[in-house]
Design a protein around this ligand. Structure first.
Ligand code: IFM
Length: 485
């Protein structure tokens, strides 16, 4: 490091914070028109960043990513990931330096209850307790997700999410976590992206990789049941713990990845096909949660695949939640024949996902008019896998900066038109394990050197940091009340 360098380097050389001049930023650093209390944060998930999966050293049980993807040794795995388990304190210091007001992370079921049910791994639970303390000490609000895809292998041995009993075990696990952390964590989320969890049963790109399309509705329905059971547990525990360190009740939500389907043309057939595409794949989670009834296309599929759905199930699923988290990445464009097409000339990320921010505004406005019971919303993930250029002066990623600006602006448009939107979380805080795609697809605000683990805040991270600063100026640090219906 030359003396002249303006880079800021952390005490232990863990992260580098290059100099950034907001006035010279190629993308505007401005105040957005969001309501008071709007929160800017970033997200991660346990398996994608923690490492420390060794059962002996860390007491963690095996997950489906080890045992059910074991036949694929060529794939990158989560053995080291971002080594966050060891570097947690410095990572929180970096989050603080970036000015993030909130941090969304997941806790790992196999780390806390290695066999999925029964004995608790005290070391694992303690890790999250320390993380929460560290965040609070630094003025960062924890947003905790109970399940971000790392099912204990022992639960998969029972059939995983095809088995309703696993939903009960999940609720017991939620109880263990809330009893330990509920005095300090206010924002709780049951599941991250049920639709993608289902994808691991009907395809082979994600664990457990069962390739059985007939399991689609059974798995999705059991996940929503598990959400309902855990929500009850969290509420009960919350009431018992009431107002230890924060005002009011703890808030419970779920995170859905929503991909709106837009018709490729103005024809009736294209509109009908787009509606069907949405309802079959994404809308049914919304309908279950906020209407207490699945759309017809899903009811028929349930009947065809032998899934019985009772009125009591739907009551459990539709119980009020305090917020809905939305992970937003792309839209789909659908022809009259129901084919999802690529829009000629459209820009795409390295995931092959179309970049089209206006669809976010449209989707939010449509949701507002379709779902009367919609709770307050958060964008709990949004980001892009794009090329990063690493030079001596930093990590340059103008494409991601533009993408992020455009999406926050699209969110602002929805907010100005009356959508109750309370926060935005970038995916992801740092480059991490993109599941079976390994470390090749990077979404981070922060670059992670795979050899040294040194973190370097990318240009987008620096820009985001400046945006947060610009949006905090002059605002009282007020906290909104619970959004419960
Ligand atoms: O990395 C994933 C994350 O785990 C869930 N949401 C989408 C991200 C990008 O694919």
């Amino acid at each position: 490091m030359s003396k002249k360098s303006k880079h800021n380097i952390s005490k232990n050389n863990t992260y580098v914070f290059p100099h950034f001049n907001p006035r010279l930023s190629p993308v505007p650093v401005r105040r957005f028109h969001f309501p008071e209390g709007f929160v800017f944060g970033a997200s991660t998930s346990a398996y994608q960043i923690e490492g420390a999966i060794d059962t002996v050293a860390y007491g963690r049980g095996r997950s489906i990513w080890e045992d059910y993807f074991a036949a694929r040794p060529h794939l990158d795995n989560g053995e080291v990931a971002c080594d966050h388990y060891q570097r947690m304190v410095e990572d929180v210091a970096m989050i603080k330096k970036m000015g993030l007001k909130a941090y969304r992370f997941s806790v790992s079921w196999p780390r806390i209850i290695p066999a999925g049910t029964g004995a608790v791994n005290a070391q694992g639970l303690e890790f999250y307790s320390r993380l929460v303390d560290e965040l609070l000490k630094n003025g960062i609000e924890p947003y905790l997700t109970l399940y971000h895809w790392d099912l204990p292998a022992a639960m998969q041995d029972l059939g995983g999410w095809t088995n309703r009993a696993v939903a009960e075990h999940f609720a017991d696990y939620a109880k263990v976590v809330v009893e330990r952390l509920g005095d300090r964590v206010k924002k709780w989320c049951t599941f991250n992206e049920p639709e993608v969890i289902v994808a691991g049963y009907i395809g082979d790109g994600l664990a457990p990789g069962l390739k059985n399309p007939a399991l689609r509705v059974a798995v999705g329905h059991n996940l929503l049941l598990a959400h309902g059971l855990a929500t009850k547990v969290l509420r009960q525990a919350g009431a018992a713990l009431k107002s230890k360190s924060y005002e009011g009740d703890l808030e419970v939500g779920i995170v859905l990845n929503l991909v709106p389907a837009e018709p490729a043309s103005a024809t009736v057939s294209a509109k009908t096909a787009a509606r069907r595409q949405w309802q079959r794949n994404y809308g049914w989670y919304m309908d279950g949660l906020f209407k207490g009834k699945y759309p017809r296309v899903v009811q028929l599929e349930a009947r065809r695949t032998g899934v019985s759905i009772s009125a009591a199930d739907m009551e459990l699923i539709r119980q009020p939640i305090d917020y809905l988290g939305i992970n937003w990445y792309l839209r789909q464009v659908v022809t009259g024949r129901g084919r999802v097409i690529r829009v000629p000339g459209a820009k795409e990320t390295l995931m092959g996902w179309e970049i089209h921010a206006p669809a976010l505004t449209t989707m939010l406005l449509n949701m507002k008019s379709e779902y009367r019971q919609l709770p307050p919303l958060y964008i709990t993930e949004n980001g892009a896998a794009l090329k990063d250029e690493r030079t001596a002066s930093g990590v340059h990623d103008l494409g991601r900066m533009t993408y992020t600006y455009d999406h926050i602006s699209a969110l602002e448009m929805a907010s100005l038109q009356g959508v109750d939107i309370r926060g935005y979380f970038a995916w992801s805080l740092m480059d991490n394990l993109e599941w079976s795609l390994g470390y090749s697809k990077t979404f981070g605000l922060v670059h992670v050197d795979r050899e040294t683990q040194v973190r370097t805040v990318k240009d987008t991270g620096l820009w985001y940091s400046a945006v947060i600063k610009a949006n905090s100026r002059g605002k009282a640090a007020s906290r909104k009340g619970s959004g419960r219906r």
